[in-house]
Design a protein around this ligand. Structure first.
Ligand SMILES: [Zn+2]
Length: 227
């Protein structure tokens, strides 16, 4: 009899844990949050004392992110989207005296996206790898978000316009803080590799930055049209 009760209690506990897990997953999966069809958040990664990746040509990821992000902002506004930027200058979203600026910055970015409720948040970054031959833009999305996956697919395809030979595919991820904690569909666009000499030179070039920004805007529009 005692064994039976124990078994039932165990089964109940398991059921509760499974339900709680599902609930948590759906809460962060972003697919049920009511979002604004007109608003896009553009997040330029890093800033201030956090340079991000450093290019073989010495360019800093934080600067490239901001340049491309601002172009995306301008182009989206031209198309009558409302754009909320997480930063518009070389700053991060943390207090001067904070003892963990990076964590505070990331939390603030997530909070801004969650408050804004955009139909899509696009985080702009640049990649780096120990093998200098590796290149090509790549888009990341949260593994548990069907909307994120759809948006990332359209974005990856749109980015072919800057490099038709790019064979990279949109990639799921389940541990990036920004992807995990945002309630609205969020994608990270790694525009290219600062460790590849040719791509690093392109990414620092204003004309190429314009092309990337055009592709990002195209990806945003294609995703919205598909909804
Ligand atoms: Zn980055």
């Amino acid at each position: 009899m005692k064994k039976k009760v124990e078994l039932i209690v165990m089964a109940l506990l398991l059921a509760v844990l499974l339900t709680a897990g599902k609930y948590l997953e759906s809460r962060v999966s972003s697919d049920e949050v009511k979002t604004d069809e007109n608003v896009v958040v553009v997040d330029c990664g890093h800033g201030e004392n956090d340079p991000g990746k450093i290019g073989v040509n010495d360019v800093l990821e934080k600067d490239i992110n901001l340049k491309i992000g601002k172009l995306v902002e301008k182009k989206l506004k031209k198309k009558k989207f409302k754009v909320v930027m997480t930063r518009t200058e070389d700053k991060i979203l943390a207090d001067e005296g904070s003892n963990n600026k990076k964590a505070q910055d990331m939390k603030a970015r997530v909070a801004l996206i969650n408050e804004t409720k955009p139909f899509l948040a696009v985080s702009i970054h640049q990649n780096s790898y120990h093998d200098a031959d590796v290149r090509g833009a790549q888009v990341f999305y949260y593994s548990h978000s069907a909307e994120g996956e759809a948006a990332a697919g359209f974005m990856q395809e749109a980015l072919l316009s800057v490099d038709s030979g790019n064979t990279r595919q949109a990639k799921p991820n389940d541990n990036y803080y920004l992807l995990k904690r945002t309630e609205a569909p969020t994608i990270i666009v790694e525009c290219g590799f600062l460790s590849n000499p040719q791509e690093a030179a392109l990414l620092a070039d204003e004309e190429y930055q314009e092309k990337i920004a055009d592709a990002v805007v195209d990806g945003v529009e294609k995703y919205l049209e598909s909804k």
